[in-house]
Design a protein around this ligand. Structure first.
Ligand SMILES: [Zn+2]
Ligand SMILES: [Zn+2]
Length: 268
């Protein structure tokens, strides 16, 4: 049974700054269907989704809109990205790792970071940039889901992102795959990501009419996919209260990205 989620934990998910109205407004447009537009989807594939901050904020808003239920369109996008990752690794299985990993880098932009930049340039977002939308209240539902899924995802979390001994099925995240000069066990990584894509697919289907009933491995899949694409710093923050029971230890807030507008601790 998961513990209650404190405001401090929920705020920790956005310790790099409370969500501003401009960010929320833009992400709400995605929820209204923009995420399904082919051009948008193409850009999201190039960039491996939104930046880490906006991927999580989108998830938080979606979970809130669904009354605390697991995210749906977030999971559809993540399934798409995981399938892309598997295809890239399979297609480049025989290339040297330095070449094979190149498509895992982010290219292009995060739409929401872009929008924030435009709003700021016009000067109309000055107030928005400082206003808080009570992130603790908004993120509590998401943090609860992440904590409930911890027994699953901690088995497979990136060992470089989380402290402590690696789980039995640990998979390096995309960011650390790019940072590591030594090639990973590519067959094992590809198989693990293929399994994650399949669990995401089952999870998405479970949310549709007459979809299958799924278990804990599927319910944890969207958390693992967010961790894989953007690193696990925010997963750690989202479960700060459950740290000792999960063996994750005390955690700090996600560090600011060095790229303008990028809110993730890591990027690549
Ligand atoms: Zn962004
Ligand atoms: Zn990592």
């Amino acid at each position: 049974m998961s513990r209650p989620i404190s405001s401090a934990t929920a705020s920790g998910l956005f310790a790099d700054g409370p969500p501003a109205p401009a960010e929320v407004r833009h992400l709400a447009a995605f929820m209204d269907g923009a995420i399904m537009v082919p051009e948008v989807r193409w850009e999201l594939r190039r960039h491996w989704g939104l930046c880490d901050r906006h991927s999580w904020l989108y998830t938080v808003l979606e979970v809130e809109a669904r009354g605390g239920a697991g995210p749906f369109s977030t999971a559809i996008l993540l399934e798409d990205l995981l399938q892309q990752a598997v295809a890239v690794l399979r297609r480049r299985a025989l290339l040297p790792w330095a070449l094979a990993q190149r498509p895992l880098r982010r290219r292009g932009r995060c739409f929401t970071c872009d929008y924030q930049g435009l709003v700021g340039e016009r000067g109309s977002g000055a107030g928005a940039a400082t206003a808080s939308l009570a992130p603790a209240d908004r993120a509590a539902g998401t943090c609860r889901l992440v904590a409930a899924a911890a027994p699953q995802w901690r088995r497979r979390a990136c060992p470089r992102c989380l402290p402590g001994p690696p789980g039995p099925e640990a998979v390096p995240c995309r960011v650390h795959l790019l940072q590591d000069a030594a090639p990973p066990d590519r067959a094992a990584v590809t198989a693990a990501l293929g399994d994650l894509a399949l669990r995401l697919h089952r999870y998405v289907r479970s949310l549709t009419w007459r979809g299958p009933v799924v278990g804990p491995p599927e319910l944890a899949a969207w958390v693992e996919a967010l961790g894989w694409t953007g690193g696990w710093a925010r997963v750690r923050s989202a479960t700060a209260d459950t740290g000792p029971q999960d063996g994750l230890g005390p955690v700090g807030p996600p560090a600011r990205s060095v790229t303008p507008g990028g809110g993730g601790a890591l990027d690549g």
